[in-house]
Ligand binder design. Sequence first.
Ligand SMILES: Nc1ncnc2c1ncn2[C@@H]1O[C@H](COP(=O)(O)OP(=O)(O)OP(=O)(O)O)[C@@H](O)[C@H]1O
Length: 301
Amino acid sequence: MAPSADPGSMASDPTVVVQNVRVRYRVPSTDIADLRAVSRSERLYLHATGQRPKVTVDALKGVSFVARAGESIGILGRNGSGKSTLLRIIAGLETPLSGSVVARSNPVLLGVDAALVPELPGERNVLLGCLAMGLTRAQARAVLPEIVELAGIGKAIYRPMKTYSSGMASRLRFAIAAAVNPDILLIDEALGTGDAAFKERSERKMNQLRAAAGTVFIVSHAAQVIEEMCSRAIWMMDGVLIGDGPGPEIAHDYRWWSWNVAKDEFDKADEILANCREKWAPYAPVIAEPGTYASPQRHAR
Ligand SMILES: Nc1ncnc2c1ncn2[C@@H]1O[C@H](COP(=O)(O)OP(=O)(O)OP(=O)(O)O)[C@@H](O)[C@H]1O
């Protein structure tokens, strides 16, 4: 079917424009069928060098959308559907095989693997994280109380991060990234681990960022997080964007589809998927004129 109109086109300025992005990985495989598929000379070479044959994984197969100021966008999908790859591409940490990403300002990626030092106490890591995100030492000290309050991990802030539970560490990372008030914040799975009080505080903080006309992206397996926190959601499947629409509605469809898959109700699941594709077909972004965006392409190609 024809791509639908950009749902936010009348609303606000674009912050991130993703156009037909493809990402391909070449990964070694131990599958005997992959070994049989290569030529005899290559097989001999692999054997002699102790290597495995490489297979192609298409992590993103032509993803396009426009994110706008004031949106919080949830990214949903099963394991391996391409959600984290999409965030890394928006953050500029990887170069796509083809396509482009243009962002209004530098996106800040908050990953569960964000590089903090496990041996250091939380408060020292807060300072490190702030410096890494471009704050001066004085600015970092000034926002320390706000970060400590947002993270809400009490006296644990004075203890080494390696002694934290995964939820405590995620909360601290979220608080650090959010405190620098980035225009574009990318969050990978950090919010599913918090308790009700943290959820309340993080929601408030995200609303503040959105109100300041920024954009927040959240990758989460928890459809409920996206249902409650995101104004918009995109549903990824096998590297393809299959639905783009209001957060609560996409999250509801995703949850209902997942439930049916888990119960082996595949006909029902297919029906939900077909309806979602029809109703929330992604729109094709209009190619931006040079100079439309303040910052250059994320990836020089
Ligand atoms: N660095 C990499 N090298 C090779 N393959 C990769 C790499 N990163 C991701 N992939 C592959 O790309 C595909 C998409 O992975 P990605 O991590 O983006 O999925 P995801 O939707 O975030 O998954 P999950 O929900 O499990 O975190 C998967 O098939 C994965 O194996």
